[in-house]
Design a protein around this ligand. Structure first.
Ligand code: BES
Ligand code: ZN
Ligand code: MN
Length: 473
């Protein structure tokens, strides 16, 4: 049983009642100063048969004014981690009244518990220990909160699918395999998936995606997901799906390169969001585009100096083969514009510069449309994900001018996250466009939800699906 409490607040009635049943163990610990209330500090005791729960964890929630939906989800996730560590079969979770809608509270707690208890099975002969948790209880919420349990479950399942895909190495998850996963998810969740192969990409004139994929024995794919929720409005979600980013001929340094299997998490987030949108039967039409390729150096690889023509006819001078995300997205985003959607929202692990700016704490937003950008931020806030908008200034355009093509793909270090988004925006035509750079947030060091060292978070599944809900209105 997990009981949350805020910094500097007296123990609530429920906790005092619990204390009485535990013969004053809690108040004694508090008076001795053993119970810290700082963010996610914990104090644990065995209940010695005095109550039904075998162990009680008092979980510090930090300062009330710094606590919101995001923190609630993390606290629940931390509780699941602790419960798994204690080999618990069941966990119950109680927090003081937060003044939020009961369904919102239940959704955040359910999502946090399910994401927190998830483990990647891995490939070792000796299977890593699986979770012992079989059930979870949310205590002290009015019954109207129950609807949130379903929403939280839907979100967590999609996020854990994204995390599963993010963990798989690129010899086991290359474009064709990731496309198969998309087909399977589409089948399970009730939307359609069409997979375009090299011949079809060639037919469509997608030299950019083909160019990036040309160095790998695993050819590129474009996956087109379609969900018809009805209504007149249509949204395109576009994701970068580089199943491994070696940098290509502009090879990356070796240290930590194994983590570049994560470079498909934009495409995976699009897939996850589609699952949520379909599960929730949102009244909007959504097309999801996953631009899949493996960026490798080889005799057939694209090279610095190459010029490729994207689907919309614009040409790109490749000055650095490691700036491959914007190249594959040039084709996918111009294809979205061609489909005539009302909005294009794209997400990608695009720039190391996004980590320089925000660390692992926020997703960078670059948008050509104020109204869309505001809705993206609103959606993110509602679901407890951090998104922060960067400006587009016309002066930045000169940074990616090319002497031989319409633009070059690698302008250099200055304003790197912004120019990345601006370059892709060149392919969105006149459609309202938003770019979400998740380089820092899709894959993070240890968090309350992720005990194993570095790993995938499933970020943007909730923001994108909430955005679809806002746009459907
Ligand atoms: N996938 C990387 C971005 C990245 C780098 C994410 C490090 C997380 C950690 C992307 O393809 C890339 O290599 N970007 C270059 C762009 C540059 C060459 C303009 C970068 O950020 O250095
Ligand atoms: Zn990349
Ligand atoms: Mn790269």
């Amino acid at each position: 049983m997990v009981v949350g409490f805020f910094d500097g607040e007296a123990l609530q009635d429920v906790v005092r009642d619990l204390d009485v049943r535990l013969n004053g163990t809690i108040s004694e610990a508090v008076s001795r100063g053993e119970c810290e209330s700082t963010w996610l500090s914990g104090w644990e005791t065995a209940s010695l048969g005095l109550i039904k729960a075998r162990r009680v964890l008092l979980l510090g929630l930090g300062k009330r004014k710094e606590f919101g939906v995001r923190e609630l989800r993390l606290a629940a996730g931390q509780s699941a981690q602790k419960a798994v560590a204690a080999h618990a079969r069941s966990v119950s979770f109680w927090v003081p009244n937060l003044g939020l809608e009961p369904a919102t509270v239940a959704e955040a707690i359910t999502d946090g518990l399910m994401v927190g208890e998830w483990r990647f099975a891995g490939y070792a002969q000796q299977k890593s220990e699986q979770t012992s948790l079989k059930e979870a209880w949310i205590l002290g919420l009015p019954v109207q909160g129950a609807a949130g349990v379903e929403q939280g479950t839907i979100a967590a399942r999609a996020e854990n699918l994204v995390r599963e895909l993010g963990m798989r190495p690129s010899n086991k998850l290359y474009p064709e395999r990731l496309a198969q996963e998309a087909v399977q998810a589409a089948h399970e969740h009730g939307f359609t998936a069409e997979v375009l192969n090299e011949a079809q990409l060639h037919e469509l004139g997608m030299e950019a995606l083909l160019g990036v994929g040309s160095g790998s024995i695993y050819p590129p794919r474009l996956v087109v997901l379609r969900y018809q929720g009805g209504g007149t409005r249509s949204l395109a979600l576009v994701g970068k799906g580089i199943t491994f980013d070696s940098g290509g001929i502009s090879l990356k340094p070796g240290a930590g390169m194994e983590e570049m299997k994560f470079d498909m998490l934009g495409a995976a987030a699009v897939l996850g969001a589609m699952c949520v949108i379909a599960d929730r039967d949102l009244p909007i039409n959504v097309v999801g585009l996953m631009a899949l390729a493996q960026n490798m150096p080889s005799g057939s690889a694209y090279k610095p100096g190459d010029v490729v023509k994207a689907f919309n006819g614009k040409t790109i001078e490749v000055t650095n083969t490691d700036a491959e995300g914007r190249v594959v997205l040039a084709d996918a985003v111009s294809y979205a514009a061609h489909l005539g959607v009302d909005w294009i929202v794209e997400t990608s692990t695009l720039t190391g510069a996004a980590i320089t700016v925000f660390g692992h704490e926020a997703t960078a937003l670059v948008s050509t449309d104020d109204a869309l950008a505001d809705l993206v931020v609103q959606a993110a806030e509602a679901v407890g994900e951090r998104v922060w908008r960067l400006p587009i200034y016309p002066e930045y355009r000169q940074l990616y001018r090319s002497p031989v093509a319409d633009l070059k793909n690698s302008p250099g270090r200055e304003a790197g996250t912004i120019t990345g988004g601006m370059i892709i925006a060149e392919f969105a035509g006149d459609r309202p466009y938003a770019h979400l750079d998740i380089a820092g947030t899709a894959w993070t060091p240890v968090t309350p939800l992720n005990a194993t060292k570095n790993g995938p978070t499933g970020v943007m599944v909730r923001t994108l699906s909430r955005l679809a809900e806002l746009l459907a209105r």
